[in-house]
Write a protein that binds this ligand. Structure first.
Ligand SMILES: Cc1ncc(COP(=O)(O)O)c(C=O)c1O
Length: 483
């Protein structure tokens, strides 16, 4: 255990230790991380940092003390609404990110339904299986039921299945533009029409696409409508810290009307500390992300975003072409923008093994399942990395194709485990999972080579075991790192 520091340390000492700690991080500036970092260049970073630091200490909790922040937030909301097909009736707030925006939208739906849908005794939200887990999280937090609806063959929400899943308890339907796992856009127009016909709310989750798709469309790419221009869409989430390239901690949640947004708000009137209003989930709200978001929207404007989007789309298309040219793997489905996934179409290529090979070459990609794919979020930071990535990907696929001892061993481990999880009691299975994580190099955390682990996870019949295992891993994440 690390005890609370007794003595002061010099600034150089403190910052030096932090620099050393950072050494093992993924080299994101070289475009080696997909999905975590959105970055343009040093010049834009300097602008964001200047804006952020100018409002480093201010607090967005009380806009009466900081009219500047009120101006920035109001203008960011208005600019976002105008980009996303909204009119002057649209109301919203800035939040800390996509998850908070979604938490706000789901809480709003719950409270709105209490007034408008008395038949919904046990409220449900209808979510295509590809919808972001933030909705499931929100439903858990707010005591709602999430009804998951399988997606169609094209990986988009299945309109008929969504309609069939409606009950008297349904209060909110969700569609993604695009979905995170595969980058496809759900049929928002059809889904929102059903919601409207039913008199329920409809949320478009454009956390990842909200500040990219409007420019993609303006550049002439065909993409379905997803925003407030679509009848029936009642709320939208769009993340500034993704394709608007703002500083982290910035998203917007927008509602069709201020009346609907009213259900999001919280006010305590009788607290001894005075009247306490709070529009979003957070109390104290850092001002830096609000200021930096305002700065970058004004700095780049439509002109700048169009230029960036064009380059990013060219890069994404080039990478998709590169993936499809490699024997044994391909891009899954027909992604609309720069988010896509890579799947193996050759039984000799285990895609998680490819991820392990890429990891050894310094690339960080998320592994997805159902089906097994690797996730790519291409943005400006990847422009100069695209060729290297495709070269390393081809090499990794080649390495995986060869039956190395490690590969045979991991395949054997998956098969044996697959057999054992079917015959052994649950307790033993969990124990086995923990041990295999250690054996594969995790030392109690995540293993270095994760393919066998993921293969194993896919075979587990009891998802409760898996949840427990992941919770254990999460517990471990905040334990002191072994030297
Ligand atoms: C479609 C979608 N919704 C919601 C989120 C959650 O956003 P955040 O990680 O900022 O909370 C993400 C994040 O990738 C996303 O892609």
């Amino acid at each position: 255990m690390i005890s609370f520091p007794k003595k002061r340390r010099s600034k150089d000492d403190v910052l030096g230790k932090m620099r050393v700690a950072r050494d093992k991080d993924v080299k994101w500036k070289k475009g080696r991380a997909f999905g975590l970092i959105y970055h343009i260049n040093e010049e834009i970073d300097a602008l964001l940092q200047d804006a952020f630091l100018m409002f480093f200490s201010e607090n967005g909790l009380n806009p009466t003390a900081f009219p500047s922040l009120r101006k920035f937030e109001t203008e960011v909301i208005s600019m976002s609404a105008s980009l996303l097909g909204g009119d002057e009736n649209v109301a919203g707030n800035m939040t800390s990110g996509g998850t908070e925006s979604i938490l706000c939208a789901v809480k709003t739906a719950r409270d709105w339904a209490r007034d408008h849908l008395p038949q919904a005794i046990e409220p449900e939200i209808l979510l295509p299986r590809s919808g972001h887990p933030a909705f499931e999280k929100a439903a858990q937090y707010y005591g709602l039921k999430t009804v998951f609806v399988p997606v169609d063959d094209d990986l988009c929400a299945d309109v008929d299945a969504m309609r069939a899943a409606l009950t008297k308890n349904t209060i909110l339907m969700v569609g993604s533009a695009p979905s995170y796992p595969h980058g496809v856009i759900d049929p928002i127009r059809e889904l929102a029409a059903i919601a409207q016909e039913q008199g329920i709310l409809f949320h478009t989750d454009s956390c990842v696409g909200g500040f990219m798709l409007p420019f993609v469309k303006k550049l002439g790419y065909a993409a379905p409508d997803f925003d407030f221009s679509v009848p029936g869409v009642t709320s939208i989430s769009a993340d500034l810290h993704k394709y608007a390239y703002a500083a982290k901690g910035a998203s917007v949640v927008l509602y069709k009307s201020a009346e609907l947004r009213r259900y999001q708000m919280f006010v305590s009137t009788d607290w001894s500390g005075g009247i306490y209003p709070s529009p979003t989930i957070a109390g104290t709200r850092p001002a830096g992300p609000i200021a930096a978001a305002w700065a970058i929207l004004n700095y780049l404007g439509e002109e700048g975003y169009l230029e960036i989007t064009e380059i990013v789309m060219d890069t994404a298309k080039k990478m998709q072409k590169g993936v499809n040219a490699i024997d044994g793997i391909k891009v899954l489905g027909e992604p609309e923008m720069s988010v896509f996934s890579i799947v193996s179409d050759d039984p000799a290529i285990e895609i998680y093994e490819v991820a392990d090979e890429l990891h050894e070459r310094g690339w960080h990609l998320d592994r997805q399942h159902f089906p097994a794919t690797l996730h790519m979020t291409v943005n400006y930071v990847h422009v100069d990395a695209a060729d290297d990535f495709i070269a390393d990907l081809a090499e990794s696929v080649g390495a995986v194709r060869r039956p190395t001892l490690r590969k045979v061993a991991s395949r054997w481990l998956i098969d044996v485990t697959d057999f054992l999880v079917r015959i052994l009691p649950e307790k033993w299975v969990t124990w086995m999972m923990e041990k295999s994580s250690v054996l594969l190099g995790g030392g109690g955390g995540l293993p270095q080579r994760m393919a066998p682990m993921y293969g194993l996870i896919g075979t587990l019949p009891n998802r409760g075991d898996l949840k427990e295992l992941v919770l254990d891993l999460l517990d471990g994440m905040t334990k002191e790192v072994q030297k």
